[in-house]
Design a protein. Sequence first.
Length: 111
Amino acid sequence: MTVRPPQALAPSFSKETGLNILEYELMSERADSLGRHGLKVEKALALLAERLAAGCGETEREDLLDDAADKVWAFFIQREMCGLRSQKDAIRRYGIPPAVIARLGIVRRKP
């Protein structure tokens, strides 16, 4: 025989309480933000690949790598906020080059 608490005392996540509605809105915003960051990463990596294929100069290459690293870093932080701790699948999916990974989290000083 199983003993369970009365239904009135059991937490219900199906009821529309203020907390459940707020949590739903927060999850929705985190997912939307993750998608926006993913698009920024895709654009930065596409631009980097395009300019490298065109034979850009060293200064432009450095700027593009820095920009891509900043976008990837923000994306990884957003993933962690969504509970996705491992970044291996994102690195594979987006094809993030090692040169970008090596620059993650570096704070650069502008002259």
